[in-house]
Design a protein around this ligand. Sequence first.
Ligand code: SDX
Length: 415
Amino acid sequence: MPDSLSITDNRTGKTIEVSVDGHGAFPASELKKLGLLSFDQPLLATATARSAITFIDGEAGILRYRGYPIEQLAEKTSFLEVAYLLAYGELPTAAQRSVFEAAVLGAQVDTARIRKHVESFPAGSHPMSVLISGYAALGAAHQEAKAAVHDGEARKAALPTQLAETLQLGAYAIAASIGGTTGATSGATFAEQFLRTSGVGAEQLEVFARALEVLFILHADHELNAGTNAMRAIGSAETDAYHSLAGASAALYGPLHGGANEAVLKMLAKIGDVKNVPDFIEHVKHRDEKLMGFGHRVYKNFDPRATVIKSVVDEVLAVSGPDPLLGVAQELEKIALEDEYFVSRKLYPNVDFYSGIAYKAIGFQPAAFTVLFAVPRTIGWLSHYDEMMAGEFKITRPAQVYIGSDERSVPANRG
Ligand code: SDX
């Protein structure tokens, strides 16, 4: 059988032959030979990249970074080892690891400029607003990033500083959102330095730092999610990495995406007690609201990250003390997994369903949760940006289906 499609427009009888590659993908632009467009606003069946970074099998609940299963990486590596793996393609040797860790954790960062940016926001500002604009502010300071757009060595060389800046920007934004100010501090790991800089979790630093390392590993990349697609689309205009990060993080901020972890905590707090769960489930089934933290475009049986996060929750609650909201979450999950409405729609807990309970147990406020997603995801965004820049690409400019007015003239006698 030929590796091709025969596409016939029955309105004209015209047929084209289109090649299909080994991944089951065909160049949709060939449809133009029939005068046709494919319409796929959510990009459900439209690939916009060929990538070697992350593999997901939504039916089997598989997630691998550069071929390594997420469960093994969560158990056996550190966030900076995973960052190295995503960015450079291989796990670091012991020597490479210590050089990379020193480059990130000891980076000379313009802390004063970052603090000035964070402190320029009025009290009560959401830390994601600070982070999103902070990437653009860093872009203003790093004019050399524009030259790095087509310089692979320069892009890779900038990564440690970009990770260090992201750590400080995110941690200061969180500290400021709770009225705190802390100094830039050292840390044995990325997560420990983040906790010390944000002024959170000191009472059980060792346990909380390890838990946050695992959470950061789980959030580091996830193929072409909305934020990463935004990173690639913005980068396709040859925008520098920092300003592309501003767009990617803005996409992540949405409650349907990375903002869901904060929305889950608000939902659990609103439900308040296990006895209110059945009533809330009915509201969801009547479409009065969504069950935040449930459902996923790709995972249709379970999100492997949620499975790992559940064990992280147990570890942090063992030292921080029980959280009644965990019982509400577990009851929601139990009922939803047995209810035809959710089962028929293949809705299961995703990465955001339990992560907020872990962040809360460590000492973070809900407003910090999406920053805690964006900070680790920054290495995923930068790795996809670098992969695209290293290859062939054209500016992303979708076609549209025009449904507006035909030509008309401005009336001569306008009032
Ligand atoms: C992330 O893409 C990624 O990889 C993202 C992410 C990453 O790491 O980058 O994994 C991170 O964003 C996780 C998702 C976090 N968002 C939420 O938890 C918000 C709640 N979830 C939904 O909004 C929804 O499930 C999405 C956005 C996650 C997925 O949306 P889809 O794939 O477009 O699914 P859909 O809206 O077409 O839903 C199919 C059906 C619909 O019912 P019908 O109209 O067919 O009757 O399921 C229903 C939806 O109404 N549905 C839900 C629901 N999610 C889907 N009903 C109630 N509660 C929900 N959460």
